[in-house]
Design a protein around this ligand. Sequence first.
Ligand code: ARE
Ligand code: CA
Length: 452
Amino acid sequence: PAAAAPAGTKKVIANLFEWNWTSVASECQSTLGPKGYGWVQVSPPQEHVRRSEWWVSYQPVSYRIESRKGTRAQFTSMVDTCHAAGVKVIVDAVVNHMSGQDTPGTGWAGSSFSHYDYPGTYQSQDFHYCGRPGNEISNYGDRWEVQNCELVNLADLKTESEYVRSRLAAYLNDLLSLGVDGFRMDASKHMPAADIAAIKAKLSRSAYIVQEVIYGAGEPITPNEYTGNGDVHEFRYGKDLARVFRSERLAYLRNFGEGWGHLPSSVSAVFVDNHDTQRDFGGVLTYNDRGIYALANAFMLAWPYGSPTVMSSYTFGNRDQGPPQDSSGRTLNTTCYSGWECEHRWPVIANMVGFRNATEGAGVANWYDNGYQHIAFSRTGKGYLTVNDEDFAITGRSYYTGLPAGRYCDVIHGTYSNGTCSGPVITVDANGWFAATVPAHDAIAIHVGARL
Ligand code: ARE
Ligand code: CA
């Protein structure tokens, strides 16, 4: 199967979770483009139920591009602005189901609906009624049930039907006509891979596809089944990385990825955390872990496995809490570091996007570890990262980088722009070595794109 991984050297995705379209547009211009992000992933744009929680986005009531995040015109203008900044757009596409409210209501843009009836879009014959208690999925060990019953009461579309497939394709084609470049296929596990393939075959042009299939030990439906359609999210990545940082040894990372039983790199989409794992799947590293979270993202961005997504969150106290919003439920403009975490702007993370771009295509060489929490490796001829997650500084060591001699900006502690570095400079000698102290729980990173 052809890998659909994002093309070009700018492959890093920023997931601006629940940002409104106006704020996404200005972020493309001010930060994502300049910092080298190649893609922005945005939350579901279609009309949804009216409530304050974030997850209303995952309860479609029509395919009008009208949501708490903005109007169709604002969405279109956001796509154009991001493109002008060199950033492509991935839309989170909710195609497995419609809403899950038992009582009838009116959607964000005024469409009336009831459970299993969305006038003008779907009627009762377009849904699965699986006949199990509450039509609900309870056993992930049963393939048929997972794909034909309801995920948390969400009206499950008959994705095997020609009408449903065409209607879904019409929605996705509408987004493509507005310039969208790719889709995150929500709840892909709950649709047979063949149904997704049939919908994809109806798209008017090629688009990047990344499917959400959460690996579950012992489950019959596996991420591998979906790789023929495009990329698949590798949920083991963030879970394993967190365990290594929290309770194991960074030295174990020397073969991280396929060597750990993860998906083939060419079809794997990875992240330290996403909007579900930061809430529900305990143990992953999140913005709450501050410096360690930044180091984990630095490792992800430096390590040539999969297509990385950087998560960008709003601050939340409880799992259901929606994004900052006005009294009518419209999402407020993003204000970084006040209500919004903006991890994608943290200097360490944002600067490592440049490292990823500069080292694209180069393999790993010169791995070093001390057997515990201090590791280092080069990306052949292009860059070098050393992470020290010991409780003590590592002093008096030299590192072999194999890089051309020169003065490099340490992009973990400084930002390179217009030929100058705002932080420490690392000097690589004629033999490819440098000497430096790496403080406890810290790192040094240099690359050919930030050479003075
Ligand atoms: C909300 C309420 C529910 C209510 C429902 C309908 O919380 O109580 O019944 O509304 O009114 C999100 C939220 C849900 C929310 C839903 C709809 O997380 O809380 O429900 O939106 O508004 C499984 C799926 C996987 C899914 C996760 C959450 O396989 O696809 O569950 N992830 C995506 C999104 C979510 C989103 C949805 C799907 C729905 O990323 O944000 O839900 O569109 C094992 C299995 C996994 C399974 C996991 C949890 O690990 O291996 O497959 O993931 O358990 O059950
Ligand atoms: Ca289904």
